[in-house]
Design a protein around this ligand. Structure first.
Ligand code: SF4
Length: 86
């Protein structure tokens, strides 16, 4: 297997496979909350969040987090990496 190709097999296990994709690209906060509820019981929530963070996915709810939440997590991680390197 080519290691440069990230595995996305976990996507087959996601709760979202039972919902229309539009559910995970909500237009308002209520929609984000609905998507989050589905993610909350998803067996691959961790893989999904890491994938979205590493791939810099800007849109939609991934891993139970909105775009804004993922930006916050990414920022916090950058700060932690900087702090650890000093
Ligand atoms: S965490 Fe949410 S978006 Fe990710 S695979 Fe699961 S249900 Fe889908």
């Amino acid at each position: 297997m080519n290691n440069s190709i990230r595995s996305t097999e976990w996507m087959n296990e996601g709760n979202c496979r039972n919902f229309p994709p539009a559910v995970f690209f909500p237009a308002d906060g209520a929609g984000v909350d609905r998507a989050r509820l589905i993610c909350a019981t998803c067996p691959v929530v961790s893989q999904c969040l890491e994938y979205a963070l590493e791939e810099h996915i800007d849109h939609g709810v991934w891993g139970g987090c909105s775009e804004r939440e993922r930006r916050r997590i990414a920022k916090r991680r950058r700060i932690e990496v900087r702090a650890a390197s000093h």
